[in-house]
Design a protein around this ligand. Structure first.
Ligand SMILES: *Cc1c(COP(=O)(O)O)cnc(C)c1O
Length: 378
């Protein structure tokens, strides 16, 4: 038997593929995935799950596998209930399972939000520098994208935010707290002002606070979950990708009013969360305290890293996340490259002249600082 020749991959001549004009020239988003010893570029938890977690996840997957001839539970209230229980422990705020929504990463949750509340003729608004995926969700849902500016300390100015919301009349406002790539957490008084301004937009406006890094926030920094009870137009999104150390499982979620969640249920693809994903997430959530055991030490390490960088005269943004944004000025690409040559991959992202590094294990962080002092000659 001879294998058939693969079809030659001729490029499609112009006009053959009816690509949407706004996608022309666009490339798929993604941080470089390079094989180097020290990976500090995508804010993952550096600690893999323990063998006990691995065993329970594997058993749960085997259980799910026995039923894979059937479609999964479309409403997955079991998982939504487990996530609600987790939030109650983590932040002291109790929501009903029906107030929780989950999808394949909080990226997909955010897409559901824009599918339900964005769309042609509508506007989504955020404050830059912020998460570089948001404009892509807007593009993909034909939603107009407006980026206000954060202040020099990467904060959101409440008066400016109010004025911008009044002027642009968005139907979705995205606030990231702690923010990526800066690490900055917003004061809840600012979130309240934004919620108030959003409530005055004719036709309504949903405010999403993206708390992907909430578990890393410093003592005394409050979660926007505490505002849910009084704000039916608020959604707080979270993820199992960062503090939980489960980026590979693809589970993100949000908490909001039932009405808001019900709108997301309308736009999701049927059976979007596979039985395997649901089983993995529930097995992992049963181990929440253990999976999160390293959060405290990662926080301490982050605070120490900030001090070490400042000791060498480097400007560093305040961080409530598991990464640090620091200023290098001219030639950031060469500096990034110099670190890569020394086996340390970090992220070239954010405002010109700044670089972002994730907090790794103590050994990885030490490798990073040693390499950085060498590259900078300090
Ligand atoms: C990492 C990150 C997420 C998480 O995305 P997942 O799809 O859940 O992995 C969401 N928002 C921000 C700002 C992030 O940095």
């Amino acid at each position: 038997m001879t294998a058939p020749d693969p079809v030659a991959a001729a490029p499609a001549p112009a006009g053959v593929l009816p690509l949407r004009p706004e996608l022309a020239g666009d490339v798929p988003y993604g941080a470089p995935q390079l094989d180097v010893p020290v990976l500090l570029n995508v804010n993952e938890n550096p600690y893999p799950p323990s063998e006990a977690v691995v065993a329970d996840v594997a058993a749960a997957v085997a259980g799910a596998a026995r039923g894979l001839n059937r479609y999964p539970d479309r409403e997955f209230l079991g998982l939504r209930g487990d996530l609600a229980d987790y939030l109650a422990v983590e932040s002291g705020v109790r929501v009903a399972p029906e107030q929780v929504w989950a999808a394949n990463g909080s990226n997909e949750v955010m897409l559901h939000v824009l599918q339900a509340f964005g769309g042609p003729g509508r506007t989504a608004l955020s404050f830059a520098p912020t998460y570089s995926m948001y404009p892509e969700y807007a593009r993909d849902t034909h939603t107009r994208w407006v980026a206000g500016r954060r202040t020099d300390s990467f904060d959101v100015d409440p008066a400016q935010a109010r004025a911008l919301i009044a002027r642009e009349a968005p139907s979705v406002v995205l606030l990231t707290s702690p923010n990526n790539p800066t690490g900055t957490a917003l004061d809840l008084s600012t979130v309240r002002e934004v919620l108030d301004a959003a409530a005055q937009v004719p036709g309504g406006c949903v405010v999403v606070v993206d708390e992907a890094y909430a578990e890393f926030r410093r003592e005394g920094v409050e979660s926007a979950l505490t505002l849910l009870a009084d704000h039916p137009h608020l959604a707080v999104s979270r993820t199992m990708s960062k503090a939980f150390g489960l980026a590979g499982a693809r589970v993100g979620y949000l908490a909001a009013s039932r009405d808001l969640v019900d709108a997301l249920r309308v736009v999701r693809l049927p059976y979007h969360l596979s039985a395997v994903t649901q089983a993995v997430a529930r097995a992992a959530l049963a181990h929440a305290p253990e999976l999160m055991a390293q959060v405290g030490s990662l926080r301490d390490e982050r605070d120490q890293l900030v001090l070490d960088l400042r000791d060498r005269g480097i400007r560093v943004a305040e961080s409530d996340a598991n990464f640090v944004l620091f200023q290098v000025g001219e030639g950031r690409h060469e500096i990034w490259q110099g670190l890569l040559h020394r086996g340390v991959l970090i992220r070239e992202v954010g405002p010109e002249g700044w670089l972002r590094v994730s907090v790794g294990t103590p050994e990885e962080t030490a490798a990073f600082t040693a390499a950085l002092w060498e590259v900078l000659g300090i």
